[in-house]
Design a protein around this ligand. Structure first.
Ligand code: AHR
Length: 522
């Protein structure tokens, strides 16, 4: 019997896969925004009001469901007023975020971000400054963005070129409050969170029956979750934070934002483009640790969220687990801008494994944002002067689009374990979803050197439709400027078989996404 087998049960639906699991994160760090997404208006690079057109075009095709901005650590000292009004009158400050170390001219502010979101069809997640900012500053930013009625702030927004309210739904209250965001304790953060959450404006509106609805938007307030990389601290943070909230009246809290990086600062996984077989697997193993963190944190949230909202006008919904920053963090490439890193086949596979963990736990994780979209850490796009390159990870997100808003279906995999330290890396990992009568199945072959045959059984007859594969000739292949992409989707070898039984051929170090149509039952 083949040791690599996948069994898909199309009739067992296991939950809705929120599109928000494919979210993105952009920050004024290195050349993510300045120089990457935003090139300014006095530039030879083709742009749309200063936004680099090639980046906008690539992201418009991808349609990231949500983008988090302005940070990250940058948000901890960001004052939104610096980024509105005539561009030549905006203040100049200094941006020292993670070694960015450059003047900050604030040319990309609230309006530019909202234009960017609109062009790429993404929802906005704004992160408020809870360290050098204030409740008043947050409330005024929300007023400026979201108030429909003619207030002084909404009129100012209109004067600045946005007649329609932005209706920003997601608001992050602080960032990594346990470190750069203020070195809060869970208790002191909970106290501040109470004030920010309570001070967040509501946007009442009359519905068609003439009733005033408490909040037109029901803005989603996202609290700072723990450092996912600190096993003991993250448990304590979550318990202590929720226990502090439980002590007296519960403020509105909709999301809880955990950050998880696959850290390899000590080089156990080699360099970004230079690694051996063990280091190849170690990167996957490190990425997959996130599964344990998700299950642990989800359970803690269920156990410790206060059940009864004390303020009767607040309808306390479930507190959703969010992963607002995730990705690989390789040893730094000092030659380039801050936190710039290359992106190889190995990274792409580790991201496929991670996205599938999010998909698999779609009942537990509501939203996740890759850090960061352009030129920083696990970027989808790298830029250099007037050029851009789409990384293998960009193509992966494109190939995984089918899973967005689909139903997770039961997918059981049998495959040998190839590596085990923090998690278990199997030769074959797989995930399946269904939308209407189309089943999407992705198969990841993590093997460093073995092409594999996989037996696929489906609980009802299916017809093969399409197959795309993403891989490279070498495990360390990446896409570079001025050359044809080495790692881009290609036609996959068609599965052999029919009805309920198929044989798949998946080359070493690859991700393949197949679609099949369910055959009508007679
Ligand atoms: O994504 C880079 C940085 O990592 C962010 O600014 C911060 O929130 C995290 O520590």
């Amino acid at each position: 019997m083949n040791e690599n087998r996948i069994e898909v049960l199309t009739s067992v639906h296991e939950g809705h896969i929120s599109e928000n699991l494919h979210g993105q994160f952009i920050e004024h760090l290195g050349t993510c925004v300045e120089g990457g997404i935003y090139v300014g208006e006095n530039n030879d690079v083709e742009h749309l009001d200063g936004l680099r057109k090639a980046v906008v075009d690539a992201l418009a095709l991808l349609e990231p469901p949500v983008v988090r901005w302005p940070g990250g650590c940058y948000a901890d000292t960001y004052h939104w007023r610096d980024g509105i009004g005539p561009k030549d009158q905006r203040p100049i400050t200094y941006n020292a975020t993670f070694g960015t170390n450059q003047l900050d001219t604030h040319q990309f502010g609230t309006h530019e971000f909202m234009d960017f979101c609109q062009l790429i069809n993404a929802k906005a997640w704004m992160n408020v400054n809870m360290m050098t900012g204030s409740v008043k500053e947050m409330a005024e930013w929300a007023e400026y963005c979201n108030r429909h009625e003619d207030t002084t702030l909404s009129k100012e927004r209109k004067q600045n070129g946005a007649p329609q309210a932005f209706d920003v739904l997601y608001w992050g209250i602080g960032n990594e409050a346990w470190a750069g965001g203020g070195c809060y304790t869970p208790e002191s953060y909970a106290n501040s969170y109470r004030q920010y959450s309570t001070g967040f404006p509501s946007f009442p509106v009359e519905n068609s029956e003439g009733n005033i609805l408490a909040d037109r938007l029901n803005s989603q307030l996202i609290a700072v979750g723990p450092d996912g990389n600190k096993p003991k601290e993250r448990i304590n943070w979550t318990i202590d934070f929720f226990q502090a909230l439980e002590k007296y009246r519960l403020p509105k809290i909709d999301g809880y934002d955990l950050h998880f990086y696959n850290w390899n600062m000590m080089k156990e996984a080699g360099e970004v483009t230079d690694f051996d077989e063990t280091q190849w697997y170690r990167l996957f193993d490190g990425a997959m640790e996130v599964e344990e963190v998700i299950v642990e944190q989800y359970d803690l949230i269920q156990e410790y969220t206060p059940q009864v909202p004390v303020n009767p006008w607040i309808s306390q919904a479930k507190v959703e687990l969010i992963i607002g920053e995730w990705g690989n963090w390789h040893p730094l490439d000092e030659d380039k801008s801050a936190l710039w890193q290359q992106n190889t086949v190995r990274d792409m596979i580790s991201y496929a494994l991670t996205l599938d963990i999010f998909h698999k736990h779609c009942d537990k994780v509501a939203m996740a944002c890759l850090a960061q979209t352009v030129n920083v850490l696990g970027a989808l796009i790298l830029t250099e002067k007037d050029k851009i390159v789409l990384t293998p990870t960009y193509h992966l997100f494109m190939m995984y689009k089918n899973h967005r808003n689909a139903q997770k279906i039961r997918c059981q995999v049998n495959s040998p374990v190839l590596f085990e330290e923090k998690a278990q890396v199997y030769a074959i990992h797989s995930f399946a979803s269904i939308k209407g009568n189309i089943m999407t199945l992705n198969v990841i072959n993590t093997s460093y050197n073995e092409d594999l045959e996989v037996d696929l059984t489906v609980d009802q007859a299916v017809t093969y439709l399409t197959g795309k594969i993403l891989t490279g000739d070498q495990p360390s292949d990446y896409n570079d400027f001025d050359m044809q992409a080495k790692v881009a989707p290609r036609q996959a070898l068609a599965p052999i078989g029919g009805g309920k039984y198929w044989k798949l051929s998946v080359p070493k170090g690859s991700v393949t996404v197949y679609t099949f149509a369910l055959q009508a039952k007679s």
